[in-house]
Design a protein around this ligand. Structure first.
Ligand code: 3H9
Length: 698
C-alpha cells in the first residue's frame, strides 16, 4: 500500500485515507495510492461500501501545483477519477477543511458526499490560469446545473458546506468535528437503506433543456470583465461541452482546453504569483523556528485614515486595539470614521450588525500615552514628519513595557533615525501599510539596522495573522514599492511632456493589465499629497526640487483628484468614472508651450516600455543594494500593493519573460537619448543580461 494513501476496514465500510501533508495535494504518489486503495476496496469482500477521507487539516486541496510544467507522470488524475466514478461499490466522500480543484473533482466522482459544516468547496483553477481539468467542468454542471457551475468555476471562490448543500453539490452537512465519523455515519445509512452506486457521469437531469443563450451571456460578461485573461473563456467552452456533448466527448474537450490553458504564459504567471505570496514569508537568514514575541494587544498612534485602517486590520483579526490621538476631536472623528466603514460593510452584507459591534468594542480610544504601558505592539501612524515621530518614539520608550514592539508606519522616513530616538532600537521596526490599510493586502515590514530577529519573525507572523502579505524590506527612501512607483510616475510625466496624453498613458497601462493607469491612480490617491511634498522642497530651497509642473497647477486650482470630483480627470458627483477633461489638455499644452517643448506622437509601445523598464531597472538597483532580498519579494510587493497583473507573474517574472538583454539594450538607448541617473543601467541587470541569465537565476 502507498505511504500516502491507506486502506482499512471499519465494519462493512472500506476506508480510504489520504495522508499527504500539508494539504493532501494530489501528486503522483496520491494518484497511485488512490488507484491501489480503490482496487483494494473493490477486491475486499468484507467491504460493501467505500469511504474516501483525508487526514490532517484538510481534504485534498487540488492537484499538486509543483508538478505543473513538468512531464506528467501516470496515472493521470482524470483516469483515477474515472475509476472512482465507475466503481461497482458505492463510494462516499467525507470532506473537511477545503476540497479544492482536483481534490473536489475526486469528490465529485464519488457517489455521495458529506461535508463538515466548517468545510469549504471550490474549483479555484481559474485563479491559476487553468480550468478544472479532471472532469470538474463535466461533473459539476451535472450536479448543480451549468449556470451555478459556471459561477463557481469562473469566480474560483469556494462555497460553504451550507451553500454546497443548497446547490446540490453535497448530500448532507454534518455538525460533528470529525470527517471520518461523518463519513462513517453516511456510509452506515447508505448500507441500511441499500443505496446503489450513483455515478455522476450518468446524470443528465441538470443539463437538459438549458437556455441556449446562457453561454452567450457569460461570454458577453467576460468580454467586458476578463478580456485580458485566457482561461475564463475556456471555462465557458468546457461547461458548454458538458451540456452539448455526451460525457466522454465532454471530458475529451475539457482535456484539450485544459492543455491549452496549461501552455498559456498566463498559467505560468499566475502560478508564480501563487507561490510568490507564500515564498515571501520565508526569510533568508531567519529560520522558521526563530522565537516570536507574544502579541495579544495592539496600540495605534494617530486616528487619521491610516491609523484607523490599521486599527481595523487588528480588530478584524480579534486583537484588542487602543487607538491614541492627542486631540480629542480627531480621536472622535477617527472612531466615527471606523464605525461608518464597518457599517458600510454591514450594509453590503459583508458583516452582521453583531460583528460591527464586537469589532467596535475591541477598539478603545485613548488620549493618554500612559494607557499604552501594557501594549505588546505599538504602531505609530502619525503625520509624516521626523521631529513628530522622534518625539512619539521617545514617549513610547518612556511608557511601554520592556519587550514591546515599537513600529512605525512611515512611508518615507528613515526607520533607523526614528529608532535612535529610543534606548531600544532592537525593538523598533517599520510596518508600512498601504492605504486603505484595512483593504490592501501588502505590508512592507522594514528591517532597521538594529531590529532584533525575534521582532522581525513576529511582525512577519502578524502579517499572516491579519491576512496580509508581509514582505521584509530594508531601509531606503520609499522602501521597495514606492521607490519603484516613483520611477513609473516620473516616466509617465515625461511621456506627457513629450506629447502623450494622460488618457493614452493610462490606457496603455490598463491594457497591460493594471486596474488603473498612473494618472487615474494619482487622482485616487490625491494630487495634493505629492504637491505639498514638492512645495515643501521648493520652499526649503532644495536644489533637487522639481520646477512647478501642470500637476502642481491643477492642485493650485483645488483639483485634488477624486475627492474634489476633479483632478487629472473630472468625475460626476459620487462617481469614480474618470472623464477626460479638455481643460486639463489645455493646461498641459500651455505648460509645454511655456517650456518650449514641441509635442510629438508617442507610441503605445514606447509608453509601455519606458514605464515598465524604468521600474525593472530600479528594482534591479534595489536588489543590488539588498533592500529587497529576492526578486520574488519585488514581485509580491507589486502584485499585492499596486495591482500588477497577476497573470504576468510580477514585475521581475515579467521582465524575465521579455528577456533581460532586450530590456538592458532599451535602457542603454534611453540613457543615450534622455540622460539622467535613473536611466543608468543597473550593474546587476547588465551582468544578468550579459550572462544570459534572468532574475529567476538569482
Ligand atoms: C488543480 O487542481 C488542477 C485540476 O483541476 C486538474 C489536474 C489534472 N499543490 O496556502 P498555504 C502548499 S489546480 C502543491 O500556506 P493555508 C503551499 O505552497 C490546484 N502545494 O496554507 C504551502 O507550501 P509551503 C487547485 C500546495 O492553510 C503549503 O501547501 N487548487 C498546494 O493558508 C501550505 O499552503 C488550488 O488552487 C497545491 N495544490 O491554505 C488550491 N496547495 O508550506 C491552492 C497548497 O512550502 N491552495 N500548497 O509554503 C490553497 O488555496 C491553500 O493552500 C489552501 C490552504 C486553502 C489549501
Amino acid at each position: 500500500m502507498s505511504s500516502v494513501v491507506s486502506y482499512r476496514r471499519v465494519g462493512r465500510v472500506g476506508v480510504i485515507t489520504v495522508d499527504y501533508p500539508p494539504v493532501n495535494a494530489v501528486g503522483v504518489g496520491v494518484r497511485n495510492g488512490l488507484r491501489s486503495a480503490l482496487d483494494a476496496g473493490l477486491a475486499d469482500a468484507g467491504a460493501d461500501i467505500l469511504l474516501l477521507t483525508a487526514a490532517g487539516r484538510t481534504f485534498m486541496a487540488g492537484a499538486d501545483i509543483k508538478e505543473f510544467g513538468k512531464p506528467s507522470q501516470p496515472p493521470i488524475l482524470p483516469e483515477v477519477i474515472a475509476a472512482f466514478d465507475a466503481s461497482a461499490k458505492p463510494i462516499v466522500a467525507a470532506i473537511h477543511g477545503t476540497a479544492l480543484g482536483g481534490g473536489l473533482e475526486v469528490a465529485l466522482a464519488c457517489h455521495f458526499r458529506v461535508a463538515l459544516r466548517s468545510a469549504k468547496l471550490g474549483l479555484p483553477e481559474v485563479k491559476l490560469g487553468l480550468l478544472p481539468g479532471a472532469g470538474g467542468t463535466q461533473r459539476l454542471p451535472r450536479l448543480i446545473g451549468p449556470a451555478k457551475a459556471l459561477d463557481m468555476i469562473l469566480s474560483g471562490d469556494p462555497v460553504t458546506a451550507a451553500t454546497a448543500l443548497e446547490l446540490g453539490l453535497i448530500d448532507t452537512v454534518d455538525d460533528g468535528d470529525s470527517a471520518l465519523d461523518a463519513g462513517l455515519r453516511l456510509a452506515e445509512r447508505a448500507l441500511a437503506e441499500g443505496w446503489a452506486p450513483r455515478p455522476t457521469s450518468a446524470r443528465t437531469d441538470k443539463i437538459t433543456n438549458i437556455d441556449p443563450d446562457l453561454f452567450a451571456g457569460y461570454r458577453a460578461t467576460l468580454a467586458k470583465r476578463a478580456r485580458h485573461l485566457f482561461s475564463p473563456h475556456r471555462c465557458v467552452d468546457a461547461v458548454e461541452a458538458a451540456v452539448a456533448l455526451p460525457f466522454a466527448d465532454g471530458v475529451a474537450r475539457e482535456r484539450e482546453l485544459f492543455f491549452a490553458c496549461m501552455e498559456s504564459p498566463q498559467r505560468a504567471g499566475l502560478i508564480h504569483s501563487f507561490f510568490a505570496e507564500r515564498e515571501v514569508a520565508k526569510i533568508p537568514g531567519l529560520p522558521a523556528d526563530t522565537p516570536k514575541r507574544d502579541v495579544r494587544s495592539v496600540a495605534v498612534i494617530g486616528a487619521g485614515t491610516m491609523g484607523g485602517g490599521i486599527a481595523m486590520c487588528f480588530a478584524n483579526a480579534g486583537f484588542p486595539v487602543q487607538l491614541l490621538d492627542t486631540a480629542a476631536e480627531a480621536l472622535e472623528r477617527g472612531v466615527q470614521a471606523i464605525r461608518r466603514n464597518y457599517e458600510a460593510s454591514a450594509k453590503k452584507g459583508k458583516l452582521t450588525d453583531a460583528q460591527v459591534e464586537s469589532r467596535m468594542a475591541l477598539i478603545r480610544p485613548t488620549l493618554s500615552y500612559d494607557d499604552l504601558a501594557d501594549a505588546d505592539l505599538v504602531i505609530e501612524a502619525a503625520f509624516e514628519n521626523m521631529e513628530i515621530k522622534r518625539r512619539i518614539f521617545a514617549e513610547l520608550d518612556r511608557v511601554c513595557k520592556p519587550g514591546a514592539i515599537l513600529a512605525t508606519n512611515t512611508s518615507t522616513l528613515d526607520v533607523n533615525a526614528i529608532a535612535a530616538a529610543t534606548c531600544r532600537p532592537q525593538d523598533v521596526v517599520g510596518m508600512h501599510f498601504f492605504s486603505p490599510a484595512n483593504v490592501m493586502r501588502l505590508l512592507e515590514n522594514v528591517r532597521g539596522a538594529q531590529t532584533a530577529d525575534d521582532v522581525l519573525a513576529t511582525v512577519m507572523d502578524l502579517a499572516r495573522r491579519i491576512g496580509k502579505v508581509g514582505v521584509l524590506v530594508g531601509v531606503c527612501y520609499g522602501f521597495v514599492g514606492n521607490r519603484i512607483l516613483h520611477q513609473r510616475g516620473r516616466e509617465s510625466m515625461a511621456l506627457v511632456e513629450e506629447g502623450a496624453s494622460p488618457q493614452q498613458a493610462d490606457r496603455v497601462l490598463t491594457e497591460f493589465g493594471f486596474p488603473l493607469g498612473h494618472f487615474a491612480m494619482t487622482d485616487l490617491a490625491g494630487i495634493d499629497v505629492g504637491w505639498r511634498i514638492r512645495e515643501e522642497r521648493r520652499k526649503s530651497g532644495d536644489p533637487d526640487a522639481q520646477a512647478v509642473n501642470w500637476l502642481d497647477a491643477l492642485a493650485e486650482q483645488g483639483r485634488y483628484g477624486q475627492k474634489t470630483s476633479a483632478g487629472i480627470y473630472r468625475y460626476e458627483p459620487g462617481s469614480r468614472v474618470a472623464i477626460p477633461d479638455p481643460a486639463v489638455d489645455a493646461l498641459i499644452s500651455a505648460d509645454r508651450a511655456k517650456r518650449g517643448l514641441v509635442p510629438r506622437d508617442v507610441s503605445d509601445d514606447e509608453i509601455r516600455d519606458r514605464c515598465l523598464y524604468a521600474m525593472v531597472n530600479e528594482a534591479a538597483k534595489i536588489l543590488d543594494e539588498g533592500i529587497a532580498a529576492r526578486p520574488v519579494d519585488v514581485d509580491a510587493i507589486w502584485l499585492h500593493g499596486y495591482g500588477f497583473p497577476a497573470h504576468r507573474g510580477g514585475l521581475l517574472f515579467w521582465a524575465d519573460q521579455v528577456g533581460l538583454p532586450v530590456i538592458a539594450k532599451a535602457i542603454d538607448g534611453y540613457h543615450a537619448r534622455f540622460g539622467g541617473s535613473h536611466w543608468e543601467l543597473s550593474p546587476l541587470l547588465r551582468r544578468l543580461a550579459q550572462e544570459g541569465r534572468g532574475f529567476r537565476d538569482l
